[in-house]
Write a protein of this length. Sequence first.
Length: 287
Amino acid sequence: MAGSGKGKEPAALPAAAAVEPAATASTSPSSCRIVGSYALGPELGCGAFGSVYRGTSSKTGQMVAVKETVWNVRSMLEWRAMAMVSGHAHIVRAVEMVECAERVFYVLEFAHGGDLFSYAENKGFRLQEEEVRAITRQIISALLHINECGVAHLDLKLENVLFKDAGHSHVLLADFGAAEVLGESSAPITRPTGTISYMAPEVLACYNGMEDVIDETVRRGFDMLADNWSLGVLVHVLLHGCFPFVVLKRKESATAQRVRDQLVAILARRPLFANATQQSCCSKKVS
């Protein structure tokens, strides 16, 4: 993983069963520039779930990405998810976990090609269909793998897709900070997570206060299929340079509601103009 900026993140672990017991750092987190056998370099990025640094192994000289985060249930779930899915060609590999007081460091494969957001930005967010198709195939391969492992990523976006090298042809899915391990449980996820512009309706519906905006039929939680929606948004951005949906501000939403009310009033006065389609549209809540 090369970074974790606006939500950015990125040898090796052949399978989940091969995860080694956590090593222990010898210094406190405030002065800890040496983590286990890794020397930390500059910060590559900072996200909601931690900061990512460039690191170098003192044993091999290999460059790695080191993610620092708080030691808690959430961080343990993140490591568990990474361990379960590591080993796939299009997923950032987890190397080891290092404990340091109340902090934990994930040592990860370093992605030398940077992230997809920066790459697309340099191209003006106008990639050719053939290139988008190749990128999408690799992301789908990664999603199929993590789903087979019982893991939902839940924060798929441009910043969390990295390029393995400067050739910008081999992509890696990164940052499992928002991931959920579903296992054999069929219970839906009800904890809203991810990046709002990429969120599926059923994820948005889990936020308090959305009862008047999103239809009741989708306010029942969500599962790994939410990643499919995020992928669709990602592809749209790569092809068109913008998000498919605009998040309305409170004032704009209120205006939309007033327009809807006016339409309903007009159709009530002139029912002959209200065909089945119009009536159906006006019965929906503003979204």
